[in-house]
Design a protein around this ligand. Structure first.
Ligand code: NAD
Length: 498
């Protein structure tokens, strides 16, 4: 048997094996086989990466804005030219179809393009003669070494929510990607090198809890940007904050789509399917619950069921709509919710376990599943399933629907489908979520706005990218200056008044 590829860390501009001998398997989910082993860093390995980033900080943070822009711009050009390669890597480790992998890179690239505006975004304020002969100005300075910890479901886009802004602002980065699909981060590291980024500005360490804990407690790491499930996000937020770091920790979600009786049911059915089953439901902005305001429930379920028959499940490298789930364990966990649905009295309208995929038998397959009349007490309703299981809940009124959505612990994304502008406008105000769609099922903000949810979907007060991103990755300094003038001598123990 051929020896398996080992996915190494990337530190100070080169592959780095580290001292740890621990590894984890990386699968090709459509083939159901282990294709690589990824290194799992020890605390000392992480310290080595942080040191490399720390050593690079002085030069990078002092580099002129013009030279920094040129490098970020070059990275954007290379990414745009070569993103097909990255998409293939993502599909081979995550399983999502190639077009979807390309889509996530394009959304990440938008953040790189936004970060190219760094000279404008880092501009401070200047107040001339704020007091007599006294000028006051503010500047934004980078934090130093920043840590980024990302989930498996967007191996390119989620890290790109953070590192273009962090690097543009003059910080140096240690990225710990998900150990389930680690290779995208390495490809990105090589691309930065090709773009001319100095060695040590962008580093990658692979690992599990040990690597995360090492980043959370290393005194040279000044901030943590985390994305993952809610229990880990809360842990990261609390541990990082206790260690004195600035932390933004984006957590899980359970996104609802409220459908009013006047909505166009064909449009709603298409949107529910696209948002429920795209990327096999492994998206933090996936719609997992459709809340139908009666009397449209039966007609909507029929419309969704009819269209689901056209979804082609299979190997993401073939022309399919939906790929496998990321691991066998995750596939089995998600499939288990269909048993729970039966037990809790819901109606399983379409059971994804019956799927016939266009792919290898050993792949981690689960077809799109539709569950109607889901009791809100059931784990099918309450848990973040993170797979292709779409629930339908029926309510009698708009108010009942909004109260149901607002009673949940998550507040990531939500959407309303209606032709009534007044109802939509009221929903935007009433609903407790960070990102709201009006006839748009996955309302992911464009890069110059910020991405982030409410409640248990975000711990910390800073969201990703947009101006908030630049604020997170910089600290402000306000300078009050007066150039010496003999007329300003003399004692005065009070505040200057004029
Ligand atoms: P996860 O929480 O299992 O892992 C996320 C990161 O945490 C990974 O890098 C992982 O190695 C690390 N990790 C895992 N266990 C840990 C532990 N015990 N201690 C410290 N670190 C640990 O999440 P996942 O399964 O990779 O991704 C799916 C989750 O991410 C879903 O809950 C999804 O909603 C969420 N997500 C949220 C957003 C958002 O914007 N809010 C975006 C994408 C994904």
């Amino acid at each position: 048997m051929a020896e398996q590829v080992v996915v190494e860390h990337f530190v100070a501009g080169a592959a780095f094996a580290g001292a740890s001998t621990r590894t984890a398997p990386v699968y090709d989910p459509a083939l159901g086989v282990v294709t690589k082993q990824v290194r799992l860093a020890s605390t000392e390995d992480v310290a080595g990466a942080v040191k490399a980033a720390h050593d690079a900080f002085g030069v990078w943070s002092a580099m002129s804005l013009a030279r920094r822009v040129a490098i970020v711009f070059k990275f954007r050009e290379l990414l745009d030219a070569k993103k097909g390669e990255l998409a293939e890597i993502i599909t081979s480790e995550h399983g999502k179809v190639l077009s979807d992998a390309l889509g996530e890179i394009t959304r990440g690239q938008e953040v790189v393009e936004f970060a190219c505006g760094l000279p404008h975004l880092l501009k401070g304020d200047f107040s001339f003669n704020a007091s007599s002969d006294v000028d006051v100005y503010s500047l934004r300075q980078p934090l130093g070494v920043v840590g980024i910890i990302s989930p498996f479901n967007f191996p390119a886009m989620v890290p790109m929510w953070f590192f273009p802004v962090a690097i543009a602002a003059g910080n140096t980065v240690v990225l710990k990607p998900s150990e389930k699909d680690p290779s995208a981060a390495l490809w990105i590291a090589q691309l930065w090198k090709e773009a001319g980024l100095p060695d040590g500005v962008f580093n990658v360490v692979h690992g599990d809890k040990e690597a995360v804990d090492a980043l959370l407690t290393n005194p040279d790491v000044k901030s943590i940007s985390f994305v993952g499930s809610t229990p880990i996000a809360r842990y990261v937020y609390e541990t990082g904050a206790k260690a004195g770091k600035r932390v933004q920790a984006l957590g899980g979600a359970k996104n609802h789509m409220l459908v009013l009786p006047d909505a166009d049911l064909e449009l709603v059915a298409d949107s529910a399917i696209n948002a429920g089953f795209g990327s096999a439901g492994e998206r933090c902005m996936a719609i997992s619950v459709v809340v139908a305001v009666e009397p449209i429930g039966d007609a909507l379920v029929e419309a969704i069921k009819a269209k689901m028959a056209d979804i082609k499940v299979g190997d993401g490298r073939r022309s399919c709509d939906m790929g496998p789930l990321v691991t066998k364990a995750h596939r089995d966990k998600v499939a288990g919710y269909l048993d729970i649905a039966h037990k809790d009295g819901a109606t399983v309208v379409v059971d994804g376990r019956d799927v016939v995929p266009d792919g290898d038998k050993a792949g981690f397959w689960l077809g799109p599943s539709l569950v109607d009349n889901v009791p809100t007490t059931s784990a099918v309703y309450q848990d973040e399933i993170f797979g292709p299981v779409l629930s339908i809940v029926r309510v009698k009124t708009y108010e009942e629907g909004v109260a149901l959505i607002n009673s949940g612990v998550y507040g990531n994304g939500t959407a309303i489908f209606t032709n009534d502008g007044g109802a939509a406008r009221k929903f935007v105000v009433d609903i407790e979520a960070g990102m709201v769609g009006v006839n748009v099922p996955i309302p992911v903000p464009v890069a110059h706005f910020s991405f982030g949810g409410w409640k248990h979907s975000l711990f910390g007060d800073s969201r990703a990218h947009g101006e908030e991103g630049f604020r997170f990755f910089t600290q402000q300094k306000v300078v009050t200056s007066r150039w010496l003038d003999p007329s300003h001598g003399g004692l005065n123990l009070g505040f200057p008044q004029n």
